[in-house]
Structures are given as structure tokens and as C-alpha cells.
Design a binder for this molecule. Structure first.
Ligand SMILES: [Zn+2]
Length: 255
């Protein structure tokens, strides 16, 4: 690393849980972010801030005025623009040393394999189950770990999945097959508090970093299959283990 980069990441490097080795790993890592909304925005800010060297951003939406309450990377000038492209422009302005790819497209089971190819981890912060399941199945097939970060009103759920590894659950083991249809609830109907979704996005960024640093530094314990459930109202955090479903159609006998 150059003196400029060493200085930029000095607060990480002095942390024993990250260290110089961890920072070097982050710099050569590739994270794919699915959904550049309320979860993806802060997740991107912290992953770019952490110096993750390559970022692939996927979202087929455009920025709307009602997004600005929680989607922290966008400003009024972005309204009407592609979220993926506006987010990529944010990355380039923030740190031109990072490589960023924008895909203003919806990720589906037909194109997911190509979009996640080469990723060290996929962080899914999208807003519907059909996409989440397509992403999960593609991750299992490609052998790519998945960080899943989701929010329902004041309950956040964050977990790392490695369904491609022996004995580990995938996201589909957790939610089952019933949700392949389009999602029933949405932020527009139910409302969402900006700071709450921000907590979930930041939590997701940290979970993804745990995957990237596995085998490199002590932060690198991905806690596979442990679902962290944040209650934003109390507030409180509890953790539960997701069991592998042997009949799962994503990672098990049903695949
Ligand atoms: Zn599974």
C-alpha cells in the first residue's frame, strides 16, 4: 500500500481485529451489492470507506424524492437518475482508487450467475423475496458467500450464509420456497424509519467484512447461518441459528 492509502486506512490498520493484513485483503476484495436503497446506501458507504477494492452495484430503480429520507448516498440532483449509476458516481467521487461497476438492471435467476461472478461476497439488501431467493440460489451454485440484510418496520435481520459449504444453511433453507412470488409488503405501504434501515445496512456491511476477513484477521468470523435479529424499538439484539434443510431446493436434495 502507498503512504496515502496507509494513512487513509490507519484507523483500521491499528485495530488488531483488522490489521495491515486485513486491510490488504479488503483492498483486493470484490463485493456485489444487490439493491442500492435504504440498506444498500449505508452498506456501500461503509464498504467503500473500508477500502473494498471492487464494488459491483445492481439496482434497476431510479431515485425518487421519497427515497432521500433513508437512501443516504443520493441527493436532490440524483432524482430521476439510475440508482446503480448514481451510486457508482458517489463511489468514484468518494474514492477514485476503487473500481466500481454499475448494473441498472433487475437481478433475476436468469442473469444472476453472470452478475455475481468473481464476487468474494454478495450483500443482498433488496426489497423482495423473489430476488433474494434468486440471488441465494446463484450464490450457492457459484460457491459465493451471501450476506443477507433485511428490514420489516422495526425488525432488522442480518445473516451470513454459505450454503455451498458442507453442513451450512442457505437463505432458502431459512425462508423456504413459498416466497418465490413477488413480495407482498413494501416500504410504500408500511413505512420505514431512515435511521432504522441505516442500522441494518451498517450491520450488513460489518457482516460482509467478517466474510472478507475470514482466515486473515480475528474479525473474520463469518458466523455462518446465525441470524441476528435487531429490534429497533426496544432496542435489542438476539441471535438464532438457521438449520440446513436437507430437502432445500437451493442447497440440498431438492436443488
Ligand atoms: Zn438451502
Amino acid at each position: 500500500m502507498t503512504p496515502d492509502r496507509l494513512n487513509r486506512f490507519a484507523r483500521h490498520i491499528v485495530l488488531p481485529e483488522v490489521g495491515a493484513m486485513g486491510q490488504a485483503r479488503l483492498a483486493t476484495s470484490h463485493v456485489v451489492l444487490v439493491g442500492m436503497g435504504g440498506i444498500g446506501s449505508p452498506a456501500l458507504q461503509y464498504l467503500a470507506g473500508a477500502g473494498v477494492g471492487r464494488l459491483t452495484l445492481i439496482d434497476d430503480d431510479v431515485v425518487e424524492a421519497s427515497n432521500l429520507q433513508r437512501q443516504t448516498i443520493y441527493t436532490e440532483v440524483d432524482i430521476g437518475q439510475s440508482k446503480a449509476e448514481a451510486a457508482a458516481a458517489w463511489v468514484t467521487a468518494f474514492d477514485p482508487a476503487l473500481v466500481v461497476d454499475a448494473h441498472a438492471t433487475r437481478i433475476t435467476r436468469h442473469n444472476a450467475a453472470g452478475l455475481i461472478a468473481g464476487a468474494d461476497v454478495v450483500l443482498d439488501g433488496c426489497d423482495n423475496f423473489a430476488t433474494r431467493l434468486a440471488v441465494s440460489d446463484a450464490c450457492v451454485k457459484a460457491g459465493v458467500p451471501l450476506t443477507s440484510a433485511a428490514l420489516g418496520r422495526f425488525q432488522g435481520q442480518v445473516a451470513n450464509f454459505a450454503g455451498h459449504r458442507d453442513g451450512q444453511a442457505c437463505y432458502r433453507c431459512f425462508v423456504g420456497d413459498a416466497f418465490d412470488a413477488e413480495d407482498c409488503d413494501s416500504c410504500a405501504d408500511l413505512g420505514v424509519l431512515g435511521a432504522m434501515v441505516g442500522m441494518v445496512g451498517a450491520f450488513g456491511a460489518m457482516a460482509a467484512m467478517r466474510v472478507l476477513l475470514e482466515g486473515v484477521s480475528t474479525l473474520g468470523d463469518p458466523q455462518w447461518g446465525q441470524l441476528h435479529v435487531l429490534d429497533g424499538l426496544k432496542p435489542s439484539l438476539r441471535t438464532m441459528r438457521i438449520a440446513r434443510d436437507p430437502e432445500c431446493s437451493g442447497c440440498g436434495a431438492g436443488a
